[in-house]
Write a protein that binds this ligand. Structure first.
Ligand SMILES: [Zn+2]
Length: 170
C-alpha cells in the first residue's frame, strides 16, 4: 500500500519520535519501509480522536526545548482502559501536563471510534460509546462510565481513609 507508506513517511518527518527503533540499541530496523509507525500501537478510536493532536503538543514542546530529534518513545499502550505513553527524556511540562492530559482524555473516549465514551466493558476494561458497545455486546458486559470512573476514584479515597483510621487507632 503505497499511500499508507507515504502518509507514514510524512508523519515521521513531522514527528521523528514515531520512527520505530530497537528499544535496546536505538537503531531503526534495517528493513524499515514505512509500512508502520509507533503511533500504530495507539488504539484506533483514540488515534482518531486525539492521536495527532497529542503528537503536535509534544512536538511543540520538544521544538521549544530543542530536543525533537533526541526524544524517544519506548512504548504506547492501553492499560485498564487508559492510554499509557512511555518515553525517554521528556520535559517537566510533558510529564505533568501534556501526557497526563491525554491519558485522562483516553479513559473518556471510545477506544473503537473516538466518540465520547458512555460505558466501560468489564471483562477487558475499555471505554466505549453506546453504538460500539451495542456492536460488541455479544462478547462483553458493560457498566456506565460514571460508575467506573467514580469507582476508580473511590477506591483511592477508601484506601486513604483506611490508612487515616489506622493512624488514629495507634
Ligand atoms: Zn464508539
Amino acid at each position: 500500500m503505497q499511500s499508507n507508506k507515504e502518509s507514514n513517511q510524512k508523519l515521521i518527518e513531522r514527528f521523528p519520535f514515531l520512527m520505530p527503533r530497537n528499544c535496546w540499541t536505538g537503531e531503526v530496523p534495517e528493513d524499515y519501509d514505512y509500512s508502520y509507525t509507533e503511533l500504530d500501537s495507539m488504539p484506533d478510536g483514540w488515534r482518531k480522536a486525539f492521536g495527532e493532536q497529542m503528537c503536535e503538543d509534544i512536538r511543540e514542546e520538544l521544538v521549544h526545548a530543542e530536543y525533537l530529534d533526541q526524544y524517544r518513545i519506548s512504548q504506547i499502550k492501553e492499560k485498564y482502559g487508559t492510554l499509557c505513553w512511555y518515553d525517554f527524556g521528556c520535559t517537566e511540562r510533558m510529564l505533568r501536563d501534556i501526557i497526563p492530559k491525554y491519558e485522562h482524555l483516553s479513559a473518556r473516549t471510545c477506544i473503537r471510534c473516538g466518540n465520547p465514551a458512555t460505558k466501560v466493558s468489564t471483562g477487558w476494561i475499555s471505554p466505549y460509546c453506546d453504538t460500539c458497545a451495542g456492536e460488541i455486546s455479544h462478547a462483553e458486559r458493560f457498566i456506565a462510565i460514571e460508575k467506573w470512573l467514580d469507582r476508580s476514584s473511590r477506591e483511592v479515597t477508601s484506601k486513604r481513609s483506611l490508612n487515616e483510621k489506622d493512624t488514629h487507632s495507634l
